[in-house]
Each structure stands twice: as structure tokens, then as C-alpha cells.
Write a protein that binds this ligand. Structure first.
Ligand SMILES: Cc1cc2nc3c(=O)[nH]c(=O)nc-3n(C[C@H](O)[C@H](O)[C@H](O)COP(=O)(O)O)c2cc1C
Length: 294
């Protein structure tokens, strides 16, 4: 049974000749965020879980007159009352719980290449294509995700992923997280936009918080994953990449992905086409080969 933590409430409810049990557990998730506590309300019958409700302290913004403990206790009281009156109606309304958040099918890939530029035919697309070609030449299944073609809502900071290990939004991030879960190598291709990454890539990065939640709560994956950064900037100079490097490497580290190489190509507004740089294709190939240990 998934995490429940310290028991803070337990009730037996007799109804319709059956004895249901309601419990509330409290888990300290300070290892993830300082002060984060997750509460789990569980409804069981003869050891079988019939319903789960979870909430955590960070779900409640400062201006909201609620807190997680009050909410879970109120929900427990509501379930208790409804169980006493009509258990079938309660069970129909809460649905059967999925103990595992990872049941959803998704595309798998050994190498996930994120193409973060909004320009479909720009330099990052070329870099992404080279990385995928190299992986394929090594017999690895590669997938290139053009973020601009996908429907990905920005993270709303609801922290509900820390209740279940998955995001409440069911958009194209579900498939990307499935691909990330299976990938041994993540390649992030990004232009420098106003010294940092383009908005679409930042949205992807923030939404990967759900993958952080999944790994933190349920473990698995990530330990041996590697990451590459392939970036282009219009201007000359290493300083143009300072923020992109910080954003992308901290993103990778947060997910347990080891930054394992980078190619930073400045001066692209003058060069215009990365294919005009004689060493670029070879350098991408070398980085992918090294990261995949081939
Ligand atoms: C909105 C926007 C902001 C940009 N900001 C920067 C910047 O801060 N520094 C820089 O060197 N280049 C900047 N550039 C130039 C791009 O990094 C450069 O054109 C890059 O080659 C585009 O990559 P792509 O071909 O993959 O789309 C910016 C371009 C755009 C459209």
C-alpha cells in the first residue's frame, strides 16, 4: 500500500451490514519541500482500499482560508456521514483509487530529445535531428519532441502532484513524462532567448515537477540518466549562455539526471545556419556517443 504515514485519525463505520474503516495518515515530506506535509484519507473494507483522498500543505496559497489538515478532516467527516447513509452512492462518487500513478500508457524512448525553439526549421531543430540520428545509428530508440507543436499548459503551482505523483492536467506532458521515465539520455536543445530559455521550454521544465514528485514519492528511474545541453545564441560570447546553463543543469539535477556534456554555439545570428559550422555535426555525435557509452 502506498504511503500513509503516521495515523492521525481512525474510524470504523457500520453501514448496510458491513464495517468500513476510515483512516487519515500524515507524512512529513520536508525532504522535498521545507514544511511539506501530505495527508492521506483512506477508506477500506476488509483490507481492500475503496477510496483515497490526498492533500498537502503547499496546495493552499497564503490567501486561501483553508489548510490541508482541516480539509482532510472535513473530507473524512463527510465520508463518514455519507457512508452511514448510503455507502454505494459514496463509492460511486469517489471512484476506485489507482494505487499506482504510473499505469498510463505512454511513448517510450531510450533517448528523448527536446527541441525547445519555436522555430521549426531553425538551428535547434538541426541539432535535435543530429542528436536523434546519432542515437538511431547506435541502435537506440530516439524521440524528438517539438515543444511548440504540443499542447502543454503552464504549471499552476497547485502542488497536487505531491499528493499522487502525477499532474492533474492530462495534456501532452503525460506522454513526455512517460518518455522521460524510460529514457537513458535526455537532450535539451534550446536557443538563448533574452538570456534564458524560450517560454515553451520553461513551461516544459516547470511541468516536469510532476516527474520530480513521482520519483520522490514512488522512486524509480533517474539514477543513471544522463543529460546533454545543445544551445545556440545570436550573439558571440560564453556569457550569453550563463543563465541557460544554470536553468537547464538545475532542471536536470532536480530530476536526478546527470549533466554529461554541452555544446554552446554563439554568434549564430551572423552564421545563421548551424550546418555552416564544420565541426558542429561531429561534436553532437561525439556527445551523444559518449553519453550513451558507445
Ligand atoms: C525573442 C528572442 C530573444 C533572443 N534573445 C537573445 C539573447 O538574449 N542573446 C542572444 O545571444 N541571442 C538571442 N536571440 C537570438 C537567438 O538565440 C538566435 O537567433 C538563435 O540562433 C535562434 O535559434 P533557433 O534557430 O534554434 O530558433 C534571441 C532571439 C529571439 C527571437
Amino acid at each position: 500500500m502506498e504511503g500513509q504515514g503516521r495515523l492521525v485519525l481512525s474510524r470504523e463505520v457500520s453501514s448496510g451490514g458491513k464495517v468500513y474503516t476510515l483512516t487519515v495518515g500524515e507524512e512529513d515530506l520536508s525532504r522535498l519541500y521545507p514544511g511539506m506535509i501530505r495527508y492521506t484519507l483512506r477508506l477500506t473494507l476488509e483490507g481492500t482500499t475503496l477510496g483515497i483522498f490526498r492533500t498537502n500543505t503547499l496546495e493552499y496559497s497564503p490567501g486561501v482560508p483553508l489548510d490541508a489538515e482541516k480539509v482532510v478532516r472535513a473530507r473524512a467527516a463527510e465520508w463518514e456521514t455519507r457512508l452511514g447513509k448510503d455507502p454505494a452512492a459514496l463509492l460511486a462518487s469517489i471512484g476506485r483509487p489507482a494505487e499506482s500513478h504510473m499505469a498510463e500508457a505512454g511513448a517510450v524512448a531510450e533517448v528523448l530529445v527536446i527541441q525547445g525553439s519555436p522555430r521549426a526549421d531553425g538551428n535547434c531543430s538541426t541539432l535535435a535531428g543530429w542528436a536523434a540520428e546519432e542515437a538511431a545509428a547506435l541502435g537506440r530508440k530516439a524521440r524528438v519532441a517539438y515543444l511548440d507543436d504540443l499542447s502543454i499548459r503552464p504549471c499552476i503551482g497547485c502542488y497536487q502532484c505531491y499528493n499522487t505523483g502525477s499532474c492533474t492536467f492530462g495534456d501532452d506532458m503525460t506522454g513526455l513524462i512517460a518518455a522521460l521515465r524510460s529514457a537513458a539520455l535526455l537532450v535539451v536543445c534550446t536557443p538563448v532567448y533574452t538570456n534564458t530559455v524560450p517560454g515553451g521550454l520553461k513551461i516544459f521544465i516547470d511541468r516536469c515537477q510532476a516527474y520530480h514528485a513521482e520519483k520522490s514519492l514512488h522512486g524509480g528511474g533517474g539514477g543513471s540518466k544522463k543529460g546533454l545541453l545543445l544551445s545556440v545564441a545570436g550573439r558571440e560570447g560564453a556569457g550569453n549562455f550563463a543563465c541557460v546553463k544554470m536553468v537547464v543543469t538545475s532542471f536536470m539535477r532536480n530530476l536526478g539526471i546527470r549533466p554529461s556534456g554541452e555544446l554552446l554555439l554563439g554568434g549564430m545570428d551572423r552564421v545563421r545556419d548551424v550546418r555552416a559550422l564544420p565541426d558542429a555535426r561531429g561534436e553532437v555525435g561525439r556527445l551523444v556517443r559518449d553519453a550513451l557509452g558507445s
